[in-house]
Design a binder for this molecule. Structure first.
Ligand code: 4AD
Ligand code: MG
Length: 477
């Protein structure tokens, strides 16, 4: 279908040329001015219908949400705020939209309400901006790795293992719920299941990525991952996308450098390639923060915040140093934490992570060398016998955005740790094989894609940066 995109028209020199546009009506004022949007830009094209030039039956059908085709002449706009406008001489209604039933009115709707109509929320500027930034970031991430010679490895969505050993998996099965086949001792007989064994949706592509890295040396996965954890927070999803690079001949320092470079690359990409969207989101956030008391508003606007991240190196400290800072903080002494920090070994809650980032260092922080008790089985053990070569990157307003480690490449130590943590070694024989045949130091991490999008768009709820969020008790659309 022959049409010109509105984005292109807005930068065209108007000379009364005839053009055709197609889009959806955002507003129709005084039976004369149509604000038309086709998704190519956040801006609407102002289209002017000459009074009495069009059949009244057609005029009635120009309602908010309707899809229409307009042909007219492009002229320099007399009004403020736009360079061009369209003087309409032909209108075709492509799809009506009943104004009394259409849930999106030309007014401000709350994000909560829009979440309930997530099938229509793409039609608002906020979500158009968010999902365009999300797209750009996905592209930037592939570009980052491609420029550095990484191989994009598609790791499986259905697996027979639990990569994190945390037991938070969604089962994949075609067995009937009633009349489930049983073994002689009464257990479910998974031999009769589709794959002839127990399977689940992957929680992480890491273990398979490690197999790739042990030959290709630099690989990454970028795909959906699933966690059946019952966390109803603004930062958890049951289905989220994760970027997981895995690098051979690399230690934890290389890993931190790579993660910091990737995050900065992504932020910089959004700032330079999504100018219109980021500017819009910055202003949206300023408006939203006006509802907060003065002292709770951010000191920096969104663009300043992103720029600040680019201009500063991330603080790198050990878990042990972080515990000291937290334990001695006024916040802890005045019992302002919900979970007080008293002993080494405690898992950090997001309130602690955010204190370190937002109050203490006031910039992104990388915490390393966590107690082995609170980390996964595959992390490289330090000589102190207590800690592992783990790293978490903490971001302002987000908390943990990256989790990773140097991997335990020594077969015996890995097997020992798996035994201690009751990780079934027979099931992971293929993983252990990499340690049997040509093992080498290697490291990797996982970046939660939605948490990155959350940070860069300045949105506050993770449900608003993925098109169709899956959370406990919610899998609509
Ligand atoms: O820290 P996690 O659990 O690490 C792993 O899965 C490792 N296998 C990664 C690796 O080393 N290859 O998850 C990594 C990141 C977190 O830092 C967080 O950003 C994100 O994934 N994440 C979630 N994002 C949204 N919803 C959830 N439920 C998430 N769980 C983790
Ligand atoms: Mg983690």
């Amino acid at each position: 279908m022959d049409r010109t995109k509105i984005k292109d028209l807005l930068t065209t020199t108007p000379a009364h040329q005839s053009v055709t546009v197609m889009g959806w009506v955002r507003t129709f004022r005084n039976t004369q001015f149509i604000a038309l949007n086709d998704g190519s830009t956040l801006q609407n094209l102002q289209c002017v219908v000459a009074l009495n030039s069009v059949d009244e039956q057609i005029i009635k059908r120009i309602t908010t949400g309707a899809a229409i085709k307009l042909t007219g002449n492009l002229i320099a706009s007399l009004g403020k705020g736009q360079a061009v406008e369209l003087v309409v001489n032909q209108i075709e209604i492509l799809g009506d939209s009943d104004a009394t039933a259409y849930p999106l009115q030309p007014k401000k709707h709350s994000l909560e309400f829009l979440r309930e109509i997530a099938h229509l929320r793409f039609r608002t500027n906020t979500f158009a901006a968010v999902f365009k930034v999300r797209h750009a970031l996905a592209f930037a991430i592939h570009q980052f790795f491609n420029e550095r010679g990484f191989v994009y490895l598609h790791t499986p969505v259905i697996t027979g293992s639990d990569a994190e050993g945390a037991g938070e998996m969604f089962r994949v099965s075609t067995l009937p719920f009633d009349n489930t086949p049983r073994t002689d001792d009464g257990k479910v007989n998974f031999k009769e299941d589709f794959f002839g064994k127990e399977t689940n949706l992957t929680v992480s592509g890491q273990l398979e990525a490690e197999l790739g890295a042990m030959a290709l040396s630099e690989v990454y996965t970028f795909g959906p991952t699933f966690r059946a954890e019952n966390s109803n927070t603004t930062r958890h999803l049951a289905e989220f996308w994760m970027i997981e690079p895995e690098v051979a001949f690399a230690d934890l320092n290389d890993n931190m450098d790579l993660a910091e470079a990737l995050l900065k690359y992504a932020i910089n990409y959004a700032l330079t390639h999504c100018v219109e969207e980021i500017e819009f989101l910055k202003n949206r956030l300023i408006e939203e923060e006006k509802q907060k008391p003065q002292d709770e508003r951010s000191e920096m606007d969104l663009i300043q915040k992103l720029q600040f991240c680019l201009d500063h190196s991330f603080e790198r400290i050990t878990y042990t140093e972080a515990i000291d800072i937290l334990r001695n903080s006024n916040h802890n002494k005045k019992k302002k934490f919900k979970y007080l920090i008293d002993a080494w070994g405690a898992d950090l809650q997001s309130e602690h992570e955010r204190y370190l980032v937002e109050k203490h260092f006031k910039k992104p922080v990388i915490l390393t060398d966590y107690p082995k008790q609170i980390k996964a089985f595959y992390m490289r053990q330090n000589d102190d016998g207590k800690t592992v070569r783990a790293m978490d990157i903490l971001f302002p307003g987000i908390g943990e955005i990256v989790g990773g480690s140097q991997r335990e490449e020594r077969l015996q130590l890995l097997q020992q740790r798996m035994d201690e943590m009751h990780i079934p070694a027979q099931e992971l024989y293929w993983y252990l094989d990499t340690r049997r045949f040509g093992t080498c130091p290697h490291a990797g991490f996982g970046l939660g894609f939605e948490r990155l999008v959350l940070f860069i768009t300045g949105m506050t709820n993770i449900r608003d940066v993925i098109p169709f969020p899956r959370t406990p008790h919610n899998a609509e659309f």
